[in-house]
Design a protein around this ligand. Structure first.
Ligand code: SF4
Length: 273
């Protein structure tokens, strides 16, 4: 397949996705760059030519595969779509999330957990997905890990009732608290993108490996990346350890605290500039 065809399909899927979410997403730093499948096309062509030539004992002409005509409008459409903004509200978006059945997690959830917090937050906190307590209450980070998260946030002057919004990569609980599968993360991610688009947080705190990996669209070792800053469409992003990891391993609390202090300094800088 040619790069332009891939771009066209990608753009089409994004447009459908954006329509369903009610907004047009900004250009994402991790968007794929498509290339032609030159090698694959050649191999396939050669294999078919060989098969036909052999079956006809060389008496019939060899079948050749002609390149098809490709559209060149994909990138232009993508850029045009990205420049639009349909202005959906957070309530409207979360109402869509509550009705969502895009992935298999819809079959096992008790409640959808769109998110919780103020509409114009300084900080967006992103977790991985709801656990048992969150699933039962329909609210993010309300179990033991949630209590610890609230304490961590309070230690640096943050609170979900005044200056934070808390959301997850997936909005429905993965059974047995397993990690959300890649297809579940992919199905749900546009909701988080839309939330970021609407909330416009000054800074983002990612709790754990899955949150930062999905947001940045790359493999990231949390043991090395915690406390470092990444960039998501101009918004500083810091990963730190998930509160559940801190509950399992006390030794992680000290580095997590150092991360939070660094995060607070950066937030203060942003607010004073
Ligand atoms: Fe929809 Fe996300 Fe729930 Fe899957 S996890 S059903 S994509 S809201």
């Amino acid at each position: 397949m040619k790069a332009n065809d891939k771009q066209l399909i990608y753009t089409l899927l994004k447009t459908v996705d954006a329509y369903e979410c009610g907004y047009t997403r900004a250009k994402f730093a991790g968007e794929p760059l498509f290339t032609d499948d030159t090698v694959v096309e050649c191999e396939r062509s050669e294999r078919i030519e060989t098969t036909v030539a052999t079956s006809n004992n060389g008496s019939s002409p060899v079948v050749s595969i002609q390149p098809s005509a490709y559209s060149t409008t994909g990138q232009a459409s993508a850029d045009a779509n990205m420049s639009q903004n349909s202005g959906i509200s957070l309530d409207e978006l979360n109402a869509k999330v509550l009705r969502c059945t895009r992935c298999g997690l819809a079959r096992t959830r008790n409640n959808v957990v769109p998110g919780m917090g103020v509409e114009h937050p300084d900080v967006l906190v992103i977790g991985e997905g709801p656990g048992h307590d969150e699933d039962m209450q329909g609210l993010p980070f309300v179990g033991k890990a949630g209590v610890l998260l609230d304490r961590m946030l309070a230690a640096i002057g943050l609170d979900r009732k005044t200056n934070c919004y808390i959301a997850n990569i997936v909005k429905c609980r993965p059974p047995e608290n397993r990690n959300p599968f890649p297809d579940e993360q992919a199905a749900c991610f546009s909701f988080l993108e839309a939330q970021i688009h609407i909330l416009k947080p000054k800074i983002i705190l990612c709790m754990g490996k899955i949150a930062i990996e999905k947001l940045m669209n790359q493999n990231i070792a949390i043991t090395q990346a915690h406390g470092e800053f990444f960039d998501y469409n101009g918004i500083p992003v810091m990963p730190t350890y998930h509160p559940s990891a801190l509950l399992r391993n006390e030794e992680l609390k000290r580095p997590a605290w150092e991360d939070l202090k660094k995060f607070k300094r950066r937030l203060d800088e942003i607010k004073t500039n």
